[in-house]
Write a protein that binds this ligand. Structure first.
Ligand SMILES: *[C@@H]1O[C@H](CO)[C@@H](O)[C@H](O)[C@H]1NC(C)=O
Ligand SMILES: *[C@@H]1O[C@H](CO)[C@@H](O)[C@H](O)[C@H]1NC(C)=O
Ligand SMILES: *[C@@H]1O[C@H](CO)[C@@H](O)[C@H](O)[C@H]1NC(C)=O
Ligand SMILES: *[C@@H]1O[C@H](CO)[C@@H](O)[C@H](O)[C@H]1NC(C)=O
Ligand SMILES: *[C@@H]1O[C@H](CO)[C@@H](O)[C@H](O)[C@H]1NC(C)=O
Ligand SMILES: *[C@@H]1O[C@H](CO)[C@@H](O)[C@H](O)[C@H]1NC(C)=O
Ligand SMILES: *[C@@H]1O[C@H](CO)[C@@H](O)[C@H](O)[C@H]1NC(C)=O
Ligand SMILES: *[C@@H]1O[C@H](CO)[C@@H](O)[C@H](O)[C@H]1NC(C)=O
Ligand SMILES: *[C@@H]1O[C@H](CO)[C@@H](O)[C@H](O)[C@H]1NC(C)=O
Ligand SMILES: *[C@@H]1O[C@H](CO)[C@@H](O)[C@H](O)[C@H]1NC(C)=O
Ligand SMILES: *[C@@H]1O[C@H](CO)[C@@H](O)[C@H](O)[C@H]1NC(C)=O
Ligand SMILES: *[C@@H]1O[C@H](CO)[C@@H](O)[C@H](O)[C@H]1NC(C)=O
Ligand SMILES: [Cu+2]
Length: 565
């Protein structure tokens, strides 16, 4: 067993250090096989003065960090000792021809049942930066998640000034009650479930919450040094602002793709997204709060609780009360629009932006909230969500298995390329007929074709911002706007040169976002809103990308230990 254990069951517990800084981890010089043991186990954890059993990996919250180098092969042996079915998604890893290792339950695999194990086996090819992993079943990702750090190949420096230290900051949400009970209660009532009780930074809510003494993350910095913060939004339902008092951040990477560096006092990060920033400890030695709070620009109940952590200059007494940063107001749409406009791919010779300029397939999907009849629910209706008016119904056999083995009757490939009934999508709120159709309907995409997808928010029930995530690919964010997408005028304003390349993008409240990708990765790839609330209500679908003509353009055979249903 000696070879298993880059992260041991009792490995580095950075999240539990009060003044924890991770220095650069040393790596072997050649592409290697990195093996990890993930034991999914229930552990009692206490926050906000409440102890409760949570599902963890290796007993840790957040879970262990996966450290690899571009080119490595990764083997993660996931053993499930918890009472729930489990599956783990490696968010943002492209999994070329290898959907078997992607993880979403009933999409690419059946879950790992209690007492069973499955080895996720994948190569990290052509990617470097910060990504993350999380449970992709039920709401278990609330506590089952962690960072993935992919170092560039040996000898390849970062395309920005080399930081002296690197630190992961995983933002999350904490519920005092059992998260699965919370969801169940919401579903039974047909209403949104209770909001979380706290936001967290590396699993800790910080001094604005009770019993914070043991649950405050602090980062000790040395005057004059530069730190690379790898920030992950692992929250379930909240897009977040993040600021550090007295310090600007230089954004250098999003979703494991380098961007043209820019300086900002605040970042916006949606669930699923990652952002790397450089911070220089160049202020008066002191104590500064890092703070994170929700962005929400619709008059719906806002989870605006603020998690804080401390940037602590070394040698400064811990009795000093830290300075609090300015955060934009929760509804600051204009900050968000201007922040997003500043994101540009680095697009250097070494890291070019290969934007598809010719489009083979144009898709237009509208995002809708709605209600379907539910006699047992509180209001006689249950909240739903849909794409092109279809609320996705989860299958009982994994879609990838059904596709690969030619099992009929699991899904259809007639997902409509555009809404069945066009209307004024972002006009006055539509509340008359909020029923949605249901189905396990997918869209079939030709191998290596170029796809443009416009995601259009609607005022069905209410407008709202939705962070969309595509599995198996990065995409380019060609353009975004408020109101209805204009197929004539808006494409003329696309950024064809250096659009940001990412795996998760926000569709603005009452607006649209256009993305493009080349469908060169055969398989079945999930696409969904990364607000768990909306995913659960049906805001999801999948693409069936066909095999190419050559053997090396086909889906790989499934691993022998792929979990059965
Ligand atoms: C976890 O905490 C609960 C409540 O304090 C307690 O009843 C239970 O025995 C604990 N379980 C373990 C495994 O420690
Ligand atoms: C994965 O871990 C489990 C539990 O420790 C073990 O029984 C199993 O043999 C491991 N699988 C592999 C391929 O090593
Ligand atoms: C990973 O790379 C190795 C070495 O090139 C290859 O043998 C293996 O099939 C690859 N695995 C996957 C899942 O692509
Ligand atoms: C949700 O919140 C309500 C109101 O505070 C409370 O009565 C209920 O017990 C909570 N639900 C769960 C599952 O904790
Ligand atoms: C942060 O950047 C802004 C704009 O460039 C600048 O005005 C401000 O002085 C900077 N603040 C710090 C603390 O460096
Ligand atoms: C959070 O929202 C509540 C109610 O909307 C408001 O009273 C409170 O001031 C807000 N807090 C912050 C920090 O924005
Ligand atoms: C944002 O919220 C504040 C406080 O609720 C309100 O006064 C303000 O008008 C809102 N701004 C916008 C742009 O909606
Ligand atoms: C449910 O009913 C309550 C009380 O009648 C009402 O205030 C609320 O808006 C309804 N919610 C939904 C989602 O229909
Ligand atoms: C759509 O609705 C908006 C807001 O109600 C209105 O300003 C606009 O004129 C409408 N567009 C069309 C084509 O009817
Ligand atoms: C969605 O489908 C339902 C059920 O077929 C239908 O009643 C409703 O009018 C449709 N709504 C839209 C916006 O197409
Ligand atoms: C996909 O198409 C592009 C453009 O025609 C071509 O350059 C590339 O080689 C193709 N890739 C594969 C895997 O067939
Ligand atoms: C776990 O997954 C299996 C296979 O899909 C399913 O039959 C079983 O009902 C699931 N168990 C639970 C507790 O959901
Ligand atoms: Cu959403």
């Amino acid at each position: 067993m000696a070879s298993w254990g880059i992260v041991h069951r009792n490995g580095i517990v950075y999240g539990f250090l009060v003044f924890g800084v991770i220095s650069l981890v040393s790596f072997t010089s050649e592409a290697a096989v990195k093996k990890y043991h993930f034991d999914v186990q229930v552990k009692n954890v206490s926050r906000l003065c409440h102890a409760k059993p949570i599902v963890t990996v290796n007993g840790r919250f957040p879970g262990p960090t996966i450290y690899v180098r571009e080119g490595d092969r990764v083997l993660v042996n996931v053993t499930n000792y918890a009472q729930y079915n489990m599956s783990i998604h490696w968010h943002g890893l492209k999994q070329h021809r290898n959907g078997w290792a992607d993880g979403p339950a009933y999409i690419t695999q059946c879950p790992i049942q209690t007492g069973n194990n499955y080895v996720y086996d994948f190569n990290v090819t052509g990617q470097r930066g910060t990504l993350w992993w999380h449970a992709h079943i039920l709401w278990l990702r609330a506590t089952v998640h962690g960072a993935i750090v992919i170092m560039p190949k040996q000898g390849t420096p970062y395309p920005f000034s080399q930081p002296q230290m690197e630190v992961n900051l995983v933002l999350g949400e904490w519920w005092n009650a059992d998260v699965e009970k919370i969801v169940e209660q919401g579903n039974d009532m047909g209403l949104p479930p209770n909001m979380s009780d706290a936001h967290t930074i590396n699993g800790k809510p910080g001094p604005l919450f009770p019993c914070y003494e043991k649950h405050t993350y602090a980062l000790e910095v040395e005057q004059g040094k530069t730190y690379l913060l790898r920030i992950v939004n692992a929250a379930l339902n909240d897009e977040l602002f993040f600021s550090i008092a007295g310090h600007n951040m230089t954004v250098v990477e999003v979703d494991a793709v380098y961007v043209k560096p820019f300086t900002t006092p605040t970042i916006l990060i949606a669930p699923g997204q990652t952002t790397n920033v450089l911070v220089r400890a160049n202020q008066a030695p002191g104590r500064y709060f890092m703070a994170t709070r929700t962005f929400m620009d619709v008059p719906l109940p806002v989870d605006n609780k603020t998690a804080t952590a401390i940037l602590q200059y070394s040698g400064v007494p811990t009795t000093i009360i830290p300075v609090f940063p300015k955060l934009p107001p929760p509804n600051d749409t204009s900050f968000v629009m201007s922040y997003n406009r500043r994101l540009r791919s680095l697009n250097s010779q070494q890291f070019p932006a290969n934007v598809p300029l010719k489009v083979d397939r144009k898709l237009f999907y509208i995002i809708g909230l709605g209600t379907n009849p539910c006699p047992t629910c509180l209001n006689g209706t249950r909240l739903t969500a849909s794409l092109n008016n279809i609320s996705f119904v989860m299958p009982e056999i994994a879609l990838l298995q059904a596709h690969y083995s030619g099992i009929n009757g699991v899904f259809t490939t007639d997902f409509p390329d555009r809404p069945p009934i066009p209307f004024n999508y972002t006009g006055v709120p539509l509340t008359a007929n909020l029923k949605t159709a249901k189905g396990t309907r997918l869209s079939k995409i030709a191998f290596n074709s170029t796809v443009e997808l416009v995601l259009q928010d609607t005022n069905l029930l209410t407008v709202e911002s939705h962070p969309f995530h595509l599995h198996g690919y990065n995409f380019f964010v060609m353009g975004t706007g408020i109101g209805n997408f204009d197929p004539v005028k808006d494409p003329a304003k696309y950024n064809l040169v250096d659009p940001p390349e990412r795996n998760t993008v926000g569709v603005p409240t009452g607006g649209w976002t256009a993305i493009r990708f080349r469908a060169d990765n055969p398989g079945v790839w999930f696409m969904h809103c990364h607000l768990e609330l909306h995913t659960g209500w049906g805001l999801k679908t999948a693409f069936v990308v066909e095999d190419g003509p050559a053997p090396h353009q086909a889906i790989l055979p499934p691993p022998k230990d792929l979990p059965p249903c």
